[in-house]
Design a protein around this ligand. Structure first.
Ligand SMILES: [Zn+2]
Length: 410
């Protein structure tokens, strides 16, 4: 195993990283808001093409908007590495782009090490991994693998009521061709996704380790709870006359925290509330709450959600409101290929850790051996502007990814 944090590595990482820094900044929230087919996303696609072109890689946008940069001719037995370039609203710089940048730099490093791939290699950037614009996480990989209905996807709209199909056309992608890509899937032999760690499990597993290998992704899903009451005047409506949907919505927020005490390892969050009409002197007529819940298996997560919804329903009845729940997304627990993960862990001398975050590697792992490498993030902050990884750790990530790819491509 080699490790070199040479100035050349550092400056190459820094310059590639610097080119991304100005794209898709969110001046209101801080950090980045990079969403499918928005201006930032289109600039990121140009950046990807330029970086691939600089390395002599052929770039292709597949029918689902995922970007592929090929070293060698596309074909069977392909090894792919990458991640995504989009972000959550007001997200950090590392979640996603670190994996794409690392895969591109791994091409440089493989060449520097004199590796001549015996199989095709592709750097991939999957579309709308965060579901930040149209609500479906891992959209590009789910479309490719057939895990989501393309008709449903074509009907998705963003919060400005812009349809995904129209947004796709704007980006030069024909929405009628979106859907399962069996040919591409059949070409892929292995996928490795490097990602910034999004918690503090790596630190807990081994405070000295810069990189870890992923073992599993816990089950996770999103639900939309719509509470409807009666819009009214905040000053003149007596307490006994109110049907305020914000009360059951508040119960949802509190229940999402309360149930965790009984279920170690579970997490549930209401991170988004939308009162309608949303006036300070107005009792809302309805409130939409988005619940994110994650725990062990799909059944366990469903138990968690049932408990939260029961609490909201009880409060809605007391308040004279109605509740409608819609499941927006659900992914069952994913165990990464155990042979591959153990191999990588031994090869790299890296600890193995689970994650509570969804990833394209999790979607692909239902179809081919997939693995993840996590670069440490000691604060654990992610999906927020404060997300950070030290450059030395990022470079170690590139080196470890290169080690893995050198073995896979040999
Ligand atoms: Zn990510």
């Amino acid at each position: 195993m080699t490790f070199s944090a040479s100035p050349a590595d550092g400056s190459r990482f820094a310059s590639t990283w610097a080119d991304l820094a100005g794209i898709g900044r969110d001046r209101l929230r801080g950090g980045y808001s990079r969403h499918l087919f928005d201006d930032g996303d289109l600039q990121l696609r140009e950046w990807f093409r330029a970086e691939a072109g600089r390395r002599g890689l052929d770039v292709e946008t597949d029918r689902n908007g995922n970007l592929w940069a090929w070293w060698g001719t596309p074909g069977p037995d392909t090894v792919a590495a990458g991640s995504h370039l989009d972000s959550v609203p007001g997200g950090g710089a590392f979640d996603g782009p670190l994996g794409v940048v690392s895969a591109l730099l791994a091409v440089d490093e493989l060449r520097a090490r004199g590796v001549r791939p015996r199989r095709p290699f592709a750097v991939v950037s999957f579309a709308e991994e965060e579901g930040g614009r149209f609500g479906v996480p891992c959209l590009g990989s789910k479309l490719m693998t057939g895990a989501v209905d393309p008709d449903h996807v074509r009907r998705l709209r963003d919060t400005d009521e812009i349809g995904l199909a129209d947004a796709a056309r704007r980006a030069g992608i024909d929405p009628t061709r979106m859907g399962p890509d069996r040919e591409r899937l059949a070409q892929l032999a292995t996928f490795v996704e490097l990602h910034v760690e999004q918690g503090r499990l790596l630190q807990a597993a081994d405070p000295a380790a810069q990189v870890a290998v992923g073992s599993e992704i816990v089950a996770h899903g999103r639900w939309r709870l719509t509470v409807t009451g009666e819009g009214n005047h905040a000053g003149t409506t007596r307490p006994e006359d109110r049907h305020d949907p914000m009360i059951p919505a508040a119960a949802a927020v509190l229940a999402a925290r309360r149930v965790l005490a009984d279920h170690p390892g579970a997490v549930a969050t209401i991170g988004r509330l939308h009162p309608v009409p949303g006036g300070t002197n107005v009792i809302a007529s309805s409130v939409q709450c988005w619940l994110d819940a994650r725990w062990g298996s799909a059944e366990q997560t469903a138990t968690l959600v049932d408990e939260i919804v029961a609490a909201v329903r009880a409060e809605a009845e007391l308040e004279g409101c109605t509740l409608v729940m819609t499941r927006e997304a659900m992914s069952d627990r994913v165990d990464f290929d155990p042979g591959l993960s153990v191999n990588l862990s031994e090869r790299l001398g890296a600890p193995i850790i689970p994650t509570g975050a969804g990833h394209d590697a999790g979607v692909l792992s239902a179809h081919l051996p997939a693995a993840m490498l996590f670069v440490r993030n000691p604060s654990g902050v992610s999906h927020a502007p404060g997300e950070h990884a030290e450059t030395a750790d990022c470079i170690a990530g590139v080196q470890r990814l290169t080690d893995v790819l050198a073995d896979l491509l040999a």
